[in-house]
Design a protein around this ligand. Sequence first.
Ligand SMILES: [Zn+2]
Length: 569
Amino acid sequence: MLHRHRSDIERPLPRRRFLQAGGFLAVKAALGDWSDVAALARPPLDLLLVGGRVVDGTGGPAFRADVGIRDGRIVAVETLAGAAARETLDVTGFVVAPGFIDIHAHTDLGIFADNLADSKVRQGVTTEVVGQDGSSVMPVTDRMREDRRRSYQERYGIDVDAGNWEELFAALAARGHLTHFVTMVGTGTVREVVVGENDREPTPNELRSMVRLVERALAAGAAGVSSGLEYVPNAFASTDELAALARPTASAGLPYATHMRNEADAVEESLAEALAVAEAAGTPLQVSHLKAQGRRNWPKAERLLATIERAAVDRRVRFDRYPYTAYSTGLSSLFPAWARDGGTEAFLARLAAPAETSRLHAEVEEKIAMMGDWDTIQIVDVGAEGPEDAIGRRLGAYAAERGEDPYDITVEILTASRNRADIVGHGMSEENTRRFLAHPLGAICSDASARRATGPLSEGSPHPRAYGSYPRVLGKYVREERAMSLTDAVRKMSGLPAEILHLSDRGTVAVGKAADLAVFDPATVIDTATFEAPHAYPVGIPHVIVGGQLAVRDGTLTGALPGTILTPT
Ligand SMILES: [Zn+2]
């Protein structure tokens, strides 16, 4: 049912498309409507893409057409050879697709540190949807604002300061950015502003204030409400509270997007809760980065999709997913929250206390059992003092080689690194990942912030999805594994997210739409970023156009910063 392959074989321009394209103008002119003809006659185009194959984002078949752009809009999709244009690019052999809309992104404030952070735009992403996982930049209290200002000052030496949505958007415009941004409003942030970080119910008055903050965000242009129920303080929210906060989006038909309460042993119960929130609020549902974490939960994938398909009959239920089977986090995440309470020193003291050992060991083994075995945990960073020969190794194999217990080695690495060790958790199944990516109700996301191979955003070891998500889907899952057709993949990256977020003038290649375009070579496009060397750009995406301007030309940034703030229509 899910793996229906649509043929991507080149077809001649169908008659209907011919009429929509070149022939259409003649027909309209004959009928006395000269508007489009006049538009074409008005020289010159700002940009002309000649010789490409258009994959238009609707899921329909690819077709040959040139694309003309003027004043930030697509003004012609037809044969335009010889048309006057300020700049003409020969894109023969390439696909011209709508710019990709990264429906679950985390670039929120990063571009203040470096507005040339190009790891997204160089994947063909032209819009990032931020404010995810219950956490948005706004609203903010004076204290949160001051903490944020200080932390950016200390970390990057820059001043990030805004007190409301309008000031934030103005600050972004003043800074300038490569991609467009769309924002959600986070229910965790709203809770933090009104209730604080404690585990308690809001009073009726507080809940009213929280709802007003959501309404205020929507009025400012937010495209929905998000939650992140594995994070504090959003985790303290009840199902009723979430429904109350999601309800203001109902009349606009904008989504409630959720990082569910649990993505492992309780993933099915968590999906039921997400559906209950959407049902009570009367909103569409967007399940963020759908997964069934841990080997013993892999068989749940089919039931998760069946539940989503069933619910999608009555309400718009969609999900998104990134194209990797591994997540990335600290080694300490293997330990329960109580062990980490009080910060690094308290945590390391507990690891060293003989009285705690058997209980800690048992809880970590339980987590490992959920994942599958110790070889699902790969060490990627051990800080300055940890054992360097562990880097890149799977914990089970590494321990066996040394003839030691993997738990003891885990404690040793955490202690030596002063809790600076990072892991990649190979917790998801390849088969499920492919199935989620290919499912018609699923959009593609990166779940990452924009990074850059040099400068302040090149620090650390981010998950390679920050650089590789979109080319990986196009190269690995479409070309190499044929998990879905190219036209379906492009729709999941553009037309589908545009529809979910009511970005009605984006997401497809058609006359009158905003000129956000990704030009890629379907024969070579692929990611190159790995967990070991993540700061690596993809290949096969030569040109990216944002709002009619080339942001990337021949694989290089042009220096243009054409991004704007987009709001749903
Ligand atoms: Zn998340």
